[in-house]
Design a protein around this ligand. Structure first.
Ligand code: COA
Length: 157
């Protein structure tokens, strides 16, 4: 499987939005989005992709996954990660995460839902450690989440 990574362009926005909508429906039924699909599409086209932090994975010219990252003052955040539902478990998420580790200032933090056991296993296998478990009152879905952090290959920053 020949997967290439590249920065997202404006033309990718509809596909990136579809990936976020489809993975939410397929894998996170316990945490429905607080926004309608058209709202998600507008936000991806007007804010997420123009922010410049979105990387897409392509196979044969088709976008099959997307990752969004933000650089804050002393750390980086992965804010979105979505692999085409029919292609999960084939290493595409691992490629995106390896790219994030090489290109983003460390440490890297992210939130995922506590109920998303597959994603938690995925991140923890890639060296992310639990920083905090929350009751979900601070997120839009009001769904308990977990704050994970990657400090470096040996745990250092
Ligand atoms: C989590 C996710 C990004 C991982 O990407 P991926 O390409 O499937 O991951 P890889 O193939 O590199 O690694 C496989 C691991 O991913 C994890 N995983 C998470 N969700 C999975 C799923 N629905 N199916 C299979 N594996 C899944 C597992 O830990 C799996 O390892 P295992 O086979 O030992 O169980 C991807 O599965 C996905 O988009 N899931 C739905 C959306 C999501 O949960 N996003 C993260 C929110 S922060």
């Amino acid at each position: 499987m020949n997967v290439t990574l590249r920065p997202a362009t404006a033309a990718d926005a509809p596909r990136v939005a579809s990936l976020l909508i489809d993975t939410r429906a397929a894998f996170m039924p316990y945490a429905p989005s607080a926004h309608t699909d058209p709202e998600v599409r507008d936000w991806v086209g007007a804010h997420l992709v123009p922010s410049g932090g979105v990387t897409v994975a392509e196979i044969g010219g088709k976008v099959v996954a997307a990752m969004a990252a933000d650089k804050a003052e002393a750390l980086s955040w992965i804010t979105q990660m979505a692999v085409e539902p029919t292609l999960v478990g084939q290493g595409i998420g691992s490629l995106l995460l390896a790219h994030a580790k090489c290109t983003l200032p460390l440490p890297i933090r992210l939130y995922t839902f506590q109920a998303n056991s597959g994603a938690r296993r995925f991140y923890e296998r890639h060296g992310f450690k639990v920083v905090e478990l929350t009751d979900g009152k601070a997120n839009e879905e009001r769904c308990p989440d977990v704050l994970l952090e990657f400090k470096g290959p040996n745990g250092e920053v």
